[in-house]
Design a protein around this ligand. Structure first.
Ligand SMILES: Nc1ncnc2c1ncn2[C@@H]1O[C@H](COP(=O)(O)OP(=O)(O)O)[C@@H](O)[C@H]1O
Ligand SMILES: [Mg+2]
Length: 581
């Protein structure tokens, strides 16, 4: 066969003897069928007397005029040939149709995982797995995409965590996040840096449980109808340190150079102040006030009054450093807590004396609620509040899971961390990733590139996150210079029959073949993956080519469109600028 390759820049291979045989065989079959029809026509045509049963004899007789050619014989021949032609045409049309939705790399799918390799991700296996986990209330499984080879939908287990890497506008939000949010009846935590995900899923999710939208930077204009106290995460010094760390990592990039001494003391100082605020039942905004004035001893006195004398002493030591050192430590810490002075942020983190519900992150894992967290980079470190809330909800979900049979949430919690690098600056995420799945906390993390993840969690952290994920997907729009060669290697090699033709005066043109190994997809193929296509890898399975399923192809498409139209309409009415990205 001719080695056709629809990718640009690839030459078709020269034709060889095989091709000639195929064309010759096709023509010969056509002649044989034609002759058979001609003979059959003659036999059943009463007008053709003395017709021989031998086709050759008949043809010779009729050519010589010994036997007449009958009308019915001609009709049978013509009709038979027409039927054959119609059949061939139909085959071409069906083939074309089935190829209409195929992209230029789909022919490579057969070199990758076959549908039986992915049986574990199929609907039947997913349903059985969900039954085993007793998670039927949540849904069939976590929707992923469809396998290009079979067109069948794929589902992830309620015990698996996922990582998705795709460039901007490649379909992360509309093809993956939205189905994952809507195809469960359990609690959902979703993050984003814009209104899209909220508008599109808020309507349908409001019918499942309460919807909480946290918009601490005022990105989508959500009113502060509720509040959450970040200090409620604290119950000992360790949790205070974790909370402080979220404020630090939200204000800095992983690996960014800071003075190690000042940073470590600054962090220690911040965790002591936060712990003191919690102990004294003060609002978190007090931490900002204390951070401005190294002479302010309220935090130390609070700790002392509540019998935390060792901590009070440690705090005092920092406050009593030489003025130069002390100013260095305070100066390093201040930018981390600046967010607590923002007018827009304050109503989200403290009770303003208005009757508003306080969000209880401890109850979330047992609810069927939806918590949307919207924030983005810039805007100071306001995303610290978002990251803190993610940390609080997930940590508490783990604790709740420990009290349930099998140490797992019976109805799993879905955490769809869209735009995670911008929104969820929680450095511990890669460390906790691997065991969240087994707790029934299904985390899907979305990045625009591998390097975006490195920026947020550090090289080690991102490698860990990738390694811990059970489902790993890389889609279109990626161009990382280290990640793509790695992915290409992961997909593996294939044997290809290479033909080369040579012409010489003596023997004329000759074609020779040899088997060679080449990458199934090389870096340029991966960099040019069309929208809607992605590579899925999972432990114990070969990589597979998948087709993302846009929400508009799902049964809830109307519901999503309706929700989007309604909430965007509300935003327009309020005079909010709609971010189209
Ligand atoms: N497979 C697809 N079929 C149809 N439209 C798509 C598909 N993938 C993405 N889109 C459209 O492209 C735009 C960007 O998609 P989006 O999901 O927001 O990308 P991302 O979240 O990766 O930036 C949206 O308007 C979306 O509807
Ligand atoms: Mg998106």
């Amino acid at each position: 066969m001719l080695g056709t390759d629809p990718r640009s820049g690839r030459k078709n291979q020269p034709a060889n003897d095989e091709t000639l045989w195929m064309v010759g065989g096709g023509v010969l079959s056509l002649v044989i069928v034609g002759v058979m029809l001609w003979t059959l026509g003659a036999i059943i045509d009463p007008g053709v007397e003395q017709a021989s049963n031998n086709p050759i004899q008949l043809l010779v007789d009729q050519a010589r005029g010994y036997v007449p050619v009958g009308g019915m014989q001609l009709t049978v021949f013509a009709l038979g040939m027409l039927l054959l032609l119609a059949l061939a045409l139909m085959l071409v049309v069906v083939y074309r149709r089935s190829n209409k939705h195929r992209s230029r790399i789909d022919h490579l799918a057969k070199e990758m995982a076959h549908s039986k390799d992915f049986a574990e991700l199929g609907e039947a296996a997913a349903t059985a797995d969900t039954e085993r986990l007793g998670a039927e209330k949540a849904g069939i499984g976590v929707p992923l995409a469809a396998l290009v080879n079979s067109g069948k939908p794929l589902y992830g287990s309620w015990e698996w965590v996922q990582i998705w890497l795709m460039g901007p506008r490649a379909g992360k939000t509309t093809c993956v996040c939205i189905p994952q949010i809507l195809e469960t009846n359990g609690p959902v935590l979703a993050t984003s840096n814009k209104r899209d995900i909220v508008d599109m899923t808020r309507g349908p999710r409001a019918r499942v449980g309460t919807v909480w939208v946290h918009d601490v930077q005022g990105i989508i204009g959500e009113e502060t109808t509720w509040w959450w106290n970040p200090l409620s995460f604290i119950h000992d010094m360790e949790t205070a340190e974790k909370l402080a760390d979220v404020f630090v990592s939200s204000a800095t990039d992983a690996g960014a150079k800071q003075d190690a001494y000042f940073e470590s003391d600054g962090k220690r100082l911040l965790s002591h102040l936060m712990f003191a605020a919690w102990v004294g039942k003060r609002p978190i905004t007090d931490v900002f006030l204390w951070a401005q004035d190294p002479e302010n001893m309220t935090a130390r006195d609070t700790l002392k009054a509540h019998n935390y004398s060792a901590l009070a002493k440690a705090l005092e030591q920092i406050q009593k450093l030489t003025p130069k050192q002390r100013d260095g430590v305070y100066g390093t810490m201040r930018p981390w807590v600046n967010v607590l002075s923002y007018e827009q942020v304050i109503p989200w983190v403290r009770n303003m004396g208005i009757a508003r519900p306080e969000f209880d992150h401890k109850a979330f894992a047992k609810s069927t609620d939806t918590l949307y967290l919207v924030s983005k980079e810039g805007g100071g470190s306001a995303r610290a509040i978002t990251a803190a809330l993610v940390m609080a909800v997930m940590t508490e979900a783990e604790r709740t899971a420990a009290t349930q049979p099998g140490g797992r949430l019976k109805t799993p919690m879905m955490a769809v961390l869209d735009e995670a690098a911008n929104v969820v600056r929680w450095r511990e995420l890669p460390d906790v990733y691997s065991h969240y799945g087994s707790r029934g906390i299904v985390v899907s993390t979305f990045f625009q590139s591998y390097s975006q993840g490195v920026e947020a969690y550090g090289e080690k952290g991102m490698n860990k996150l990738w390694g811990a994920a059970n489902i790993r997907v890389a889609g279109s729009g990626l161009s990382d210079d280290k990640f793509l060669p790695f992915l290409s290697q992961l997909i593996g090699d294939r044997d290809v029959l290479k033909r080369s033709s040579s012409t010489s005066n003596k023997s004329g043109r000759s074609v020779s073949s040899s088997v060679q190994r080449e990458k199934i997809m090389d870096v340029s193929d991966l960099a040019a993956l069309p929208r809607g296509r992605a590579i899925l890898t999972s432990s114990g399975m070969p990589s597979g080519l998948i087709e993302l399923k846009h929400f508009s192809t799902k049964p809830y498409a109307q519901d999503v469109e309706g929700s989007k139209a309604y909430y965007e309409g509300v935003a327009v009415e309020k005079g909010l600028v709609i971010d189209e990205n």
